[in-house]
Design a protein around this ligand. Sequence first.
Ligand SMILES: NC(=O)c1ccc[n+]([C@@H]2O[C@H](COP(=O)([O-])OP(=O)(O)OC[C@H]3O[C@@H](n4cnc5c(N)ncnc54)[C@H](OP(=O)(O)O)[C@@H]3O)[C@@H](O)[C@H]2O)c1
Length: 334
Amino acid sequence: MYNQLYQAVVCLKYITTGSKKQYYFLNLSATNAERKRGFSINYVTLSNGVKMPQLGYGVYQVSKDECERCVLDALKVGYRHIDTAQSYFNEDEVGSAIEKSGIPREEIFLTTKVWIEHYSYEKTKTSVYESMRKLKTDYIDLVLLHQPFADVYGAWRALEELYDEGKLRAIGISNFYPDRMVDICSFARIKPMVNQVETHPHNQQIEAQKWMEKYGVQIEAWAPFGEGKGGLFAEPTIEKIGKKYGKTVAQIILRWELQRGIVVIPKSVHIERMRENFNVFDFELTAEDMEIMGNLDKKQSSFFSHTEPAVVEWFAKMVEERKKNNDYTKEEKK
Ligand SMILES: NC(=O)c1ccc[n+]([C@@H]2O[C@H](COP(=O)([O-])OP(=O)(O)OC[C@H]3O[C@@H](n4cnc5c(N)ncnc54)[C@H](OP(=O)(O)O)[C@@H]3O)[C@@H](O)[C@H]2O)c1
């Protein structure tokens, strides 16, 4: 009752002052945090009905030392979707941050990824339970197969079973180019709900996105800024668009991806940049600006192609080296 009265007073104030934030104050289903910042995060609905925040926070290359602080900062800024992986060696710190934040677990969408070394039916199951232990949770919102190599089908059957048991709310893949994705969609019992692939203005994944849409797979962008490679943060075309909206290059890139229906998980260790990357729901790019962004496509990876035999060899070597160094066992002992 008191809350409704408060909202009515605030509504009145914003109607009379004509603020552009008015909409959120008028929206009675908005939370107080959403009203304060003047926008709410968009959600996408996966093929199984699970809702996923379209903007998340990624922790690749966030060191163990910094990760807990970074995730706490991100949660403070308002992010409610965190993307980690077994191979980032920071699941423990992500779990501690979520626990320390005091935010109810069900308000946070948590993703991790199974590393190739843990592929095969048995090893994948064990590794997902290990991820849950580190993340300090008894369920995970989304688990992805990190790479399209080795015993993908054994690993996928393990994810399917964990999904059936309700331990995982959604399951998906990562770095599966259209041919690999169509393969798993065609022959697995349960189709992946998400495919996380490198996507940014220089590698736009237009064709891949069409294939994903055909099979009901949600596209998620890793490296939504291409990690700034190829001078992306100083791209004059994007700077020019940014000036029109009073937004930075990073914000224009994210907004363009969001308007394409892509889930984005930008990473930054700086809270100011986390805020900047979060403030992308209060403006809209015109169709013309979307088209201009479309012209920046180089249609190739800024990193490497997963279809190159030498790249597959590089991954295989990494798996062997990690095994030799006992990297995962060492981590568990910490
Ligand atoms: N599935 C996969 O194989 C895969 C591969 C790579 C990444 N990922 C996921 O995708 C997430 C994002 O990708 P990413 O971390 O590789 O790259 P990214 O988000 O495209 O770029 C991160 C880089 O941009 C900088 N940055 C962030 N915000 C900025 C801003 N507003 N202005 C200027 N610079 C900014 C960061 O620097 P500071 O940190 O210094 O701010 C960092 O160097 C990862 O964290 C991970 O969760 C998945």
